[in-house]
Design a protein around this ligand. Structure first.
Ligand SMILES: [Zn+2]
Length: 483
């Protein structure tokens, strides 16, 4: 068999010699790589090739093309197993030529060895982001689609198209014109990380689809960070903040003893971070309110503590042109480009009274409630003396000072409940009992008719009413004698 095949080859070789001679002479030995003959001293000698696969000797062949054609055929056969994939062999093939008068070779043996040795990979690409391998794809176009789809999560295709057109023009002036109040406009889209799409040999099972690539970019990887403990944080709180388990934190921080941490401790945490960040820059035109200031003036026409608005305040308006830096949909920074005042704020002016409150009563009394009727008069009642009048059924909760004076008591006193006593500095004294709320305090000057508290039912009381007493030079008076 060997002999036969060798003989057959000889014949082929001889035919080839004739052809090659012509070529060789025409090209003046231009390319010797595919030639199986070498011209020496005017005659051509056969040349053989020692074949190496990944530096391992496979045998000797008479013809280099034989091996090359075989490998190509094998690749084509393998490719038929997959849909539209370009395959390549993983091994490096080397040919070492030798010129010999009596060449020894075994083509069949080499081919047989090759058959067992060769393994196949896809001629694909790898997507690498900032040095991290994200995954393998069939070709550059698909890897680019992954990036495009990822970007489109944050910017629409239309806007990306528009940006391409804008870059050829004077971008900034056109943006300024297009900005409308309250709206944002994308002015730039960039990737924060370096993206590389490199040719690579890929095992067919490792190929990813575009959607898988987008998900992987999003899912990202764990990034190590340092968290400094503050405000008495516990290890549990920190674990929750970063969605980590206590075990994970302890594994990363072997120095933590019995899960105890103190403020200022640095804790290594691991956080998931997308591989890729899309930075979208947007410009925005906003109207911002400017708060008004309050100015005070005084007037002797108003009593102390009384105020009156002389001029209501009005907010101003500012037109703010700013640029936002948005990383994967999250605003990271806002830069104010310009501010223009379109309406000045108007100060609020408040008049404060300085007129001293008269503490001496006028002797002319103000009714202590807002309307109402007398439900109990002064005099003997159920075996005891009722020292004042009871007023109920009032229009509002307010209780008023009957005349100018000074508060001598404001607090709780036994059956009277919450009670106010006013000395009118003219011999008269009035008291207000069973109140729900006290608005004045001891020593305070009050003006006739000034609200001093709310009606109630505190102390010994059977319902909401005001118990009102009046004295003149410490002698009990019937209030009704003065109204
Ligand atoms: Zn009473």
């Amino acid at each position: 068999m060997k002999k036969k095949s060798r003989g057959k080859h000889r014949t082929l070789l001889q035919i080839k010699i004739c052809i090659m001679m012509i070529i060789v002479f025409t090209l003046c030995f231009g390319s010797g790589t595919k030639s199986d003959l070498v011209k020496a001293s005017g005659a051509a000698y056969p040349q053989v090739y020692h074949v190496y696969i990944d530096s391992q000797f496979m045998g000797t062949v008479s013809n280099r093309e034989l091996v090359e054609t075989y490998i190509e055929k094998q690749i084509t056969t393998e490719e038929e197993k997959y849909d539209e994939l370009n395959l390549t062999i993983n091994e490096t093939v080397e040919y070492v030529p030798e010129v010999s008068f009596q060449p020894i070779y075994n083509n069949d043996q080499v081919i047989k060895r090759l058959y067992n040795k060769l393994t196949y990979s896809i001629r694909g690409v790898q997507l690498v982001v900032d040095g991290h391998l994200v995954g393998y794809f069939q070709n550059k176009q698909l890897a680019q689609q992954v990036i495009d789809k990822y970007i489109e999560q944050y910017v629409t295709e239309d806007i990306l198209e528009q940006l391409k057109i804008d870059t050829s023009q004077d971008k900034h002036s056109s943006i300024e014109q297009q900005l409308t109040l309250g709206e944002r406009q994308v002015v730039d889209v960039t990737l924060i990380e370096d993206v590389e799409i490199k040719e690579a040999k890929v095992p067919p099972t490792d190929l990813l689809l575009v959607e898988q690539g987008v998900k992987l970019l999003d899912r990202g990887h764990y990034v190590e960070r340092t968290h400094t403990v503050q405000d008495g944080q516990t290890i549990e709180q920190i674990a929750e903040m970063y969605a980590m388990s206590l075990d994970e934190i302890e594994t990363n921080n072997p120095n933590i003893v019995e899960q105890k941490v103190e403020d200022g401790d640095n804790i290594i945490i691991k956080e998931r971070e997308p591989y890729l960040h899309v930075m979208v820059q947007e410009e925005e035109l906003e109207e911002k309110a400017i708060a008004y200031n309050t100015k005070y003036e005084t007037s002797t026409e108003l009593y102390e503590g009384q105020t009156k608005v002389k001029q209501p305040g009005e907010e101003g308006k500012m037109l703010v042109h700013s640029r936002l830096f948005i990383h994967n949909g999250e605003v990271k920074e806002k830069e104010i480009l310009s501010e223009e005042m379109i309406k000045k704020p108007v100060n609020e002016i408040i008049i404060r009274g300085t007129k001293e409150i008269p503490t001496k009563g006028s002797g002319d009394f103000y009714w202590p409630t807002d309307g109402g009727e007398i439900t109990s008069h002064i005099g003997w009642r159920w075996g005891s003396y009722h020292k004042g009048i009871d007023i109920a059924g009032v229009e509002s909760k307010d209780i008023f000072a009957a005349d100018n004076g000074v508060v001598t008591f404001s607090g709780i006193r036994g059956g009277y409940g919450k009670r106010i006593v006013i000395d009118h500095q003219n011999g008269f004294e009035t008291t207000y009992s069973h109140l729900s709320t006290l608005h004045v305090s001891e020593g305070q000057s009050v003006k006739k008719g000034q609200p001093i508290g709310f009606i109630g039912s505190t102390g010994s009381s059977t319902g909401i009413h005001l118990h009102f007493e009046m004295y003149f030079e410490e002698r009990l008076q019937n209030p009704l004698d003065y109204y």
